[in-house]
Design a protein around this ligand. Structure first.
Ligand SMILES: [Zn+2]
Ligand SMILES: [Zn+2]
Length: 268
């Protein structure tokens, strides 16, 4: 069992001590665990978020997590990574950071669209569902072309989590052109599509939803990761069994884990 996307107290929105996560993960039988704390340089371009969102202390984070990786190397495979919040203006900062702090796995995420986190209501003000979702998907598409190295595209459909619509599902058929462009680019670039189980409130088991995962497979996509996006240890491997079944039913045979940016196949 592998989990490629988790958070610790180095993320602004988590209080989880990694020293408690690791024994918990070992007890649960996890074989591989990636810590991917938020690096939110995108938030530096919104005055309010500058005040309210704590930036990661990279020195302390990499020191502690790499020490833990070493300390537990015979008991649990630990990867140290980052989740970088995409914004064009922030790319030079990420280039510097990723040079200075080598990761095993780098997750490329879109949280902010038009300088607003699309997890917040204000993002949806004065937008139709179609406008909001199209802008979000365009941001994902643009994020695929950043100049720094990344391995995984996170949680496509994040915009749905707090969307204020009666029918808020992001259906493949309604956005098929842009979704196909995204999936084809992921495949061409040799990146992995993350299957994220932090999907509460979306009406789907996974982000992206199974229709989109199915389309990825149809287009020839093989690289997928599982990410619980756990902000507390109890959420590690959330829905892992159900998602494994789903992936098998879609004819996937392997999940992938990353060490020093190399994808390693693990049988589902
Ligand atoms: Zn995220
Ligand atoms: Zn995350």
């Amino acid at each position: 069992m592998i989990d490629c996307h988790t958070h610790t107290y180095y993320s602004h929105d988590s209080k989880q001590d990694p020293k408690e996560t690791i024994p918990y993960a070992i007890e649960k039988g996890i074989d591989y665990l990636a810590f991917t704390d938020h690096c939110d340089k995108d938030c530096l371009f919104n005055e309010e978020y500058v005040k309210t969102i704590r930036q990661i202390d990279l020195d302390s984070c990499f020191l502690e997590l790499n020490n833990l990786k070493d300390q537990y190397k015979n008991k649990l495979e630990i990867a140290v990574g980052l989740e970088c919040g995409f914004m064009n203006q922030a790319t030079p900062m990420y280039e510097e950071i990723l040079k200075k702090y080598p990761t095993d796995i780098t997750i490329n995420s879109v949280h902010l669209v038009d300088f607003i986190d699309c997890y917040f209501k204000e993002f949806f003000a004065k937008k139709t569902k179609e406008e909001a979702y199209t802008k979000y998907l365009e941001a994902i598409y643009n994020s695929l072309f950043v100049p720094y190295h990344y391995d995984v595209i996170a949680h496509i459909g994040y915009v749905v989590r707090k969307a204020p619509y009666d029918n808020k599902s992001l259906e493949y058929k309604d956005y098929s052109d842009i979704i196909d462009s995204i999936l084809k680019t992921i495949i061409e670039k040799g990146k992995a599509l993350e299957i994220n189980s932090h999907a509460e409130g979306t009406g789907s088991l996974t982000l992206p939803n199974p229709e989109i995962i199915k389309r990825y497979k149809e287009l020839g996509g093989e690289l997928i990761t599982f990410g619980s996006d756990a902000h507390k240890k109890e959420k590690l491997l959330f829905e892992y069994d159900n998602i494994s079944e789903l992936l098998k039913s879609l004819n996937f045979k392997y999940l992938f884990k990353y060490l020093e940016h190399n994808p390693i196949a693990v049988k589902i």
